[in-house]
Design a protein around this ligand. Structure first.
Ligand code: HEC
Length: 119
């Protein structure tokens, strides 16, 4: 097995993250606008962090097509969004925006919470 220095590996993973991001068909800037216009934030929060009414969706691991299907036919308490309200391109743009939101930090990286893990 060929061994690469760690820095080469992390440069590679940054590069592939960039590729994955740019391969998406959505425009995150428009996604942010639509996310705020149609009210996704009302339940999922401006940072996609979720809350009393909605799930955490920041940095979602859902594939793009599953995301589109979910918005058309959600389960549970989430309202459905038809193509009239939200054309496919808008959904793809929201996906690009949500996908790029920073994921939650683990408790160990939040100073106020880090000690909780030691007990
Ligand atoms: C009225 C509140 C509400 C609004 C508005 C809303 N959602 Fe949701 N959403 C939910 C709830 C609640 C869930 C969790 C599913 C359930 O009901 O069990 C959910 C789940 C999701 C999920 C699935 C998360 C997962 O990992 O399973 C996605 C993706 C999502 N919402 C995206 C959106 C987007 C994008 C918008 C705006 C177009 C939006 N939601 C608007 C309440 C809402």
């Amino acid at each position: 097995m060929v061994r690469y220095p760690l820095s080469a590996l992390s440069a590679f993973s940054a590069f592939s993250a960039f590729l994955a991001f740019s391969a998406s068909s959505g425009d995150a800037t428009n996604g942010k606008r639509v996310f705020e216009k149609v009210g996704c934030y009302e339940c999922h929060g401006y940072a996609g962090q979720g809350g009393r009414d909605g799930a955490r969706i920041a940095a979602t691991s859902m594939p793009e097509q599953a995301f589109v299907r979910y918005l058309r036919r959600p389960f549970g308490a989430m309202p459905a969004y038809s193509t009239k309200v939200l054309p496919d391109q808008d959904v793809l743009d929201i996906y690009a925006y949500v996908k790029g939101m920073p994921a939650a930090k683990p408790a160990s990286e939040i100073p106020l919470l880090s000690h909780l893990r030691e007990k």
